[in-house]
Design a protein around this ligand. Structure first.
Ligand code: F6P
Length: 357
């Protein structure tokens, strides 16, 4: 008879809608299908380092399917291999805590940073399973990550809403979205919201071409233009616009504000009034979409399957509609970028969207 499993679980990195449905799916599958126990680590790897845990009950995971955020809390600073200001290696301490709790597995729900740590812990012998989540959708070897669709929905609604005020005032409106170094969020929200110009890091843009398109629209009687900008686009000097640096974070750079620089250039080169809206953390708030609830439910169930099969060092993955698993290392080996021949780029260009290239 298979032993009942004690499964540890944590959510790491920036939060996003869809984490709670994933926690719920892991816990309910473990309880209902295997009679197992689930121990939550609080605030991501901080909980593993400091041994701060909470045993999850049915009540804890009931009614959270529709809730954004994470009932476990999260942190994008607590890296067991480089902890605190002094970047101390406290991984042995984390391992000791894991062993003392007599856990059979650790499920890590997170993006690039969390999955890197999970991979290193697995190399040290921790039986790890990963679940990819991030609004940036930049984890490789999976078509989508949990949280991306919900962020796209928020950004799309914002682009929709900006149309009427842009039209009333005959303005160019720039909507800046997150996504870190990739343009997935800007591309999907830009296409879904009918952005006239979409600027993403993967397609270097020429400001003169952008201005030409805005002026062309103005001349043919379009009273406004919407420009959707990814926070990670680079200016002509190839520089990223950095908002702040969070020293103790796994990736200290925080982007934001590039739109103000682009807007200034547009106003200098044209007579078009240009305003900026930076959506920021709104994109990580609110309820998960139906897609994210479904993806999280399937990923959570699959993660428990992987634990039961003792298939460690793997993460769940969505590939062409199928839920499968891949080694964590293939998800983190490189950042998943939008390729210029990505079908959605081709479709957007076919309907007249300008990428400034
Ligand atoms: O990785 C998710 C993300 O929201 C990025 O899109 C964004 O650049 C970054 O995190 C913001 O991080 P923080 O919440 O630390 O400001």
């Amino acid at each position: 008879m298979t032993k009942k499993k004690r499964i540890g679980i944590l959510t790491g990195g920036g939060d996003c809608p869809g984490l709670n449905p994933a926690i719920r799916a892991v816990a309910k599958t473990a309880f209902f299908c295997h009679g197992g126990e689930v121990i939550g680590f609080l605030d991501g790897f901080e909980g593993l380092i400091k041994n701060r845990t909470k045993k999850l009950s049915w009540e804890d995971v009931s009614g959270i399917l529709t809730q954004g955020g994470t009932i476990l809390g999260t942190s994008n600073r607590a890296n067991p291999f480089a902890y605190g200001e002094k970047k101390k290696d406290v991984s042995r301490q984390a391992l000791r805590n894991f062993s003392r709790l007599k856990l059979d597995a650790l499920i890590c729900i997170g993006g690039d940073g969390t999955l890197h740590i999970a991979h290193k812990l697995h190399q040290m012998g921790v039986p790890v399973v990963g679940i990819p989540k991030t609004i940036d959708n930049d984890v490789d070897a999976t078509d989508f990550t949990i949280g991306f669709d919900s962020a796209v929905a928020v950004a799309t609604e914002s682009v929709d809403n900006i149309h009427s005020t842009a039209e009333s005032h005959h303005r160019v409106m720039m909507v800046e979205v997150m996504g870190r170094y990739t343009g997935w969020l800007a591309l999907y929200a830009g296409v879904a919201g009918g952005g006239d110009v979409i600027l993403i890091p993967e397609i270097p843009f020429d400001i003169k071409k952008v201005c030409r398109e805005l002026q062309r629209r103005s001349k043919i009687g379009k009273r406004f233009s919407i420009v959707v900008v990814a926070e990670g686009v680079k200016l002509a000097d190839s520089k990223l616009v950095i908002k702040r640096k969070v020293k103790s974070s796994t990736d200290p750079i925080r982007l934001g504000g590039v739109s103000y620089r682009i807007a200034e250039q547009i106003e200098n080169l044209t007579d078009l009034e240009t305003r900026v809206i930076i959506l920021g953390h709104l994109q990580r708030g609110g309820k998960p979409t139906d897609f994210d609830r479904i993806l999280a439910t399937q990923f959570g169930k699959k993660a428990v399957d992987l634990v039961m099969e003792e298939k460690f060092g793997c993460m769940t993955s969505l590939q062409g509609g199928a839920i499968t698993s891949v080694p964590i290392r293939s998800g983190i080996a490189r950042q998943k970028m939008v390729t210029p021949d990505f079908p959605l780029i081709e479709a957007a260009k076919a309907v007249g969207t300008c990428f400034g290239d």
